[in-house]
Design a protein around this ligand. Structure first.
Ligand SMILES: Nc1ncnc2c1ncn2[C@@H]1O[C@H](COP(=O)(O)OP(=O)(O)OP(=O)(O)O)[C@@H](O)[C@H]1O
Ligand SMILES: [Mg+2]
Length: 357
């Protein structure tokens, strides 16, 4: 006989939400990733209203209409613009729902490890106001580890380096626990910044974000190319005259600019690995590190890291989806979910709620 509770489970979406600075990725149990969109909103500057979300807002970025501005409400890895984050999240959740239904839900969501109480409250608030039912919060590094294939039963330590847009998070986990984690508020977007600055200062060309992203993802590499004379034409706006213009750049010119940022990330990894307890260090010596996040897709970054830290380094399958896949796995193991979720709701509910007017 089918009991009401099990019946309810059949029609309940279990949703995993990775609310990232660059993209929001949502996966639903039984369906996998159902939404992967930029964490952006387009705002009408006069009415202050949101006119587009996600991909639609992303398509406007850099070519906005007169009164429209495209913003990333989560820049910095936390809820910078709470009201807009809330609306964006609500929009994405609605879109991700099975058949647009209004059924009860449970959700698990990731947060960066160095998140403050205030930021955590804001995230949870944003989630709850999206009417997603019960919301569990889980540390990003642990989710990424599970998503990258680390088992919660494994007693030996694994190191996961998540390189996101605005944060790089290093987590050392064992037995489904975080042993240590460090997080810096810079990530792969730092490469975009230095590339744009280089083009403006040294080549006299102002370029948009889409162009820079294209250079980074198709032309840049973390290792010195054999042939450094490959060229690409970059178009934008001449700094002096303001006219539309183009310059040619070589991969040899791009390499040292990109390497400077990759080196910073590698230094952070190396520093973290020097502070491990001997047994943990022994495990990592054997296993090396696993890379996740969109930043891991930079051509050759695993090779660079391998050379830099003298340990194995590999990129997880679907590195951008590691966190969301790890979150999704929690629904198969409710006990583990209970143990790893960091809601501390009783504490939080009594705390001051600074964002509500
Ligand atoms: N093929 C690629 N090559 C190089 N970089 C890439 C590639 N694809 C994505 N990226 C970069 O990865 C970053 C986004 O990664 P990800 O989606 O993991 O970020 P996020 O989770 O939204 O950010 P955060 O974790 O900082 O909040 C962006 O900086 C993007 O430019
Ligand atoms: Mg991320």
């Amino acid at each position: 006989m089918l009991r009401i509770s099990s019946l309810k489970k059949l029609v309940t979406d279990s949703m995993a939400i990775d609310l990232g600075t660059a993209s929001t990725i949502i996966a639903v149990k039984g369906r996998g990733v159902v939404l992967d969109e930029p964490s952006l909103v387009a705002i009408n500057e006069i009415t202050e209203e949101i006119v587009a979300f996600g991909q639609e807002a992303g398509d406007m970025a850099g070519r906005e209409g007169r009164d429209v501005v495209v913003r990333a409400p989560l820049i910095g890895g936390v809820v910078g613009d709470f009201e807009r984050t809330k609306k964006m999240l609500a929009h994405f959740v609605k879109k991700a729902r099975t058949g647009g239904s209004n059924l009860s839900l449970q959700a698990v969501m990731s947060m960066v490890s160095d998140v403050t109480q205030v930021e955590q409250r804001a995230l949870l608030n944003a989630a709850e106001e999206s009417h997603i039912g019960k919301v569990f919060m889980m540390e990003e590094g642990l989710a990424a580890a599970f998503g990258a294939g680390v088992l919660s039963t494994d007693k030996r330590a694994s190191a996961i380096i998540d390189i996101g847009a605005a944060t790089t998070n290093i987590a050392i986990v064992a037995k489904g626990n975080v042993i240590t984690s460090t997080s810096e508020r810079y990530g792969s977007n730092a490469i975009n910044e230095v590339l744009a600055t280089h083009l403006r200062r040294h080549r006299g060309l102002q370029v948009g974000e889409e162009t820079i992203e294209f250079i980074k993802t198709t032309f840049a590499s973390a290792y010195l190319p054999d042939d450094i004379t490959k060229t690409i034409e970059v178009r934008g706006r001449d700094v002096q005259t303001g006219s539309p213009a183009a310059v040619e750049i070589t991969n040899g010119e791009v390499y040292p600019i990109v390497e400077a940022i990759v080196r910073k990330i590698a230094e952070m990894v190396r520093d973290t690995l020097t502070e491990l307890r001997p047994e943990v260090a022994a495990d990592i010596y054997d296993r090396g590190v696993i890379l996740t996040g969109g930043g891991a897709l930079l051509d050759g970054i695993d090779k660079y890291l391998r050379n830099y830290i003298n340990l194995p380094a590999s990129v997880a399958d679907e590195p951008r989806y590691a966190t969301v896949n790890g979150l999704l796995k929690m629904f198969d193991d409710p006990k583990l979910l209970e143990r790893v979720s960091r809601n501390e709701l009783s504490v939080l509910q009594n705390a001051e709620i600074p964002f509500e007017a």
